[in-house]
Design a protein around this ligand. Structure first.
Ligand SMILES: NC(=O)c1ccc[n+]([C@@H]2O[C@H](COP(=O)([O-])OP(=O)(O)OC[C@H]3O[C@@H](n4cnc5c(N)ncnc54)[C@H](OP(=O)(O)O)[C@@H]3O)[C@@H](O)[C@H]2O)c1
Length: 345
């Protein structure tokens, strides 16, 4: 038996990967409906040897759908997800609109898949950096209790969406024509950034998303804290995050320094992480073996390496993880959660 599926935000960075994953996973689709903005309505996208026409979001259009995979902005999700649920669909939502709502399960299948059963129509997926970090933290937490985490993330541009990737590629081309400026011998002349707070070509900056008035933590950093606590079921977990944007197209990286309830050797950490589903250990630095975002892009597993003692933190370990922000960080996780809810896996 197949399902009638809606993909909302089908033309976006995560929407496109959602369509690829539905094919890759042979998801049982009886009928596919695609939604995007009015700008895209009427365009057709290839599906199952034919084409599907994109529709705009309008009441009445969700009738008969079993599942909606939603990848729109948080404000659109707040407006439209309740209407999709009212029309009878289960919504697997990638936005941040419902992640911290106590009545909505925030699910990562390998960690708290059981939570999906308590849904009341909406299941949420975590922020893309949180998804990478929790997959590395969960095996340590289960084995030895994580008390505190210092996290520094190196976040790719596709995490901001499709238009941000176009902006990075365009400004990188312009910067390549200004070699003196790249050496610091002249002022780099680039158009004002639209998707970013600063030009990102050949640059990094410690801001992902925004800083609310009076807060010294970005909204992205706040999400890391609250979502990690909810997914791990660890309300007292101390976590400080620094989220940095880097000129990488796909693949988020995160350096995690962890304080545990008991001592754990790097060898034991490698063992428990390697046994955890959805995670692969790459850890032989003298042979140049460790995770990189390029290796993580296009694959489902989270890669973990550089596992070593941290002499500063109590029972401390430091590690480095990379994951595809569009797959496990978004579309893959949303589909895995939908599979749980629909009883497919
Ligand atoms: N990118 C990531 O790594 C990632 C990871 C986790 C979660 N998320 C979340 O997933 C959501 C989508 O992110 P994204 O990166 O895929 O964004 P994106 O590349 O900017 O795509 C946005 C999508 O929303 C559609 N859209 C815009 N306005 C609309 C409207 N008024 N009505 C219906 N559809 C509309 C766009 O359609 P048009 O083509 O017609 O403009 C496009 O399909 C966001 O909430 C984001 O926070 C993203």
């Amino acid at each position: 038996m197949g399902f009638r599926i809606g993909v909302v935000g089908a033309t976006g960075a995560t929407g496109q990967i959602t369509l690829a994953l539905l094919r890759e996973r042979n998801f049982p689709v009886d009928e596919l409906r695609l939604f995007a903005s009015r700008r895209s309505a009427g365009r057709r996208l290839p599906w199952a040897g034919g084409e599907v026409e994109i529709e705009a979001l309008e009441d009445g259009r969700f009738d008969g759908l079993d599942l909606v995979l939603n990848a729109t902005s948080t404000s659109l999700a707040r407006e439209w997800v309740p209407r999709m649920v009212e029309a009878g669909a289960i919504v697997s939502d990638k936005s941040s609109a419902y992640r911290l709502d106590p009545s909505v399960p925030l699910v990562v299948r390998e960690i708290n898949g059981d939570a999906a059963r308590s849904h009341k129509g909406i299941v949420a997926s975590p922020n893309c950096t949180t998804a990478v970090a929790v997959m590395a933290l969960a095996p340590l937490h289960h084995a030895a209790g994580v008390k505190g985490v210092l996290s520094s993330s190196y976040q790719s541009v596709s995490g901001v969406g499709r238009d941000a990737v176009a902006e990075l590629l365009e400004t990188t081309t312009k910067a390549l024509d200004q070699q003196d400026a790249l050496w610091g011998l002249a002022k780099l002349d680039l158009p004002d950034p639209v998707a970013f707070p600063h030009p990102l070509a050949f640059n990094v900056f410690p801001q992902c998303e925004s800083f609310e008035e009076g807060s010294d933590e970005s909204t992205e950093e706040q999400k890391m804290q609250s979502e990690t606590r909810k997914i791990l079921g660890a309300a007292d977990l101390m976590l400080q995050a620094t989220a940095v944007r880097v000129p990488v197209v796909v693949g988020h990286s995160v350096s995690l320094s962890v304080s545990l309830e008991r001592e754990m050797s790097p060898a034991e950490a490698r063992e428990v992480i390697a046994e955890f589903a959805g995670v692969r250990v790459l850890d032989d630095p003298s042979k140049k073996i460790y995770p990189t975002p390029q290796q993580a892009a296009g694959i489902d597993d989270i890669l973990v390496g550089r596992i070593r003692r941290n002499p500063i933190l109590e029972n401390g370990l430091t590690l480095f993880a990379c994951g595809d922000n569009l797959r496990k960080g978004a579309s893959l996780n949303a589909i895995q959660t939908a599979e749980l809810v629909l009883g497919i896996s």
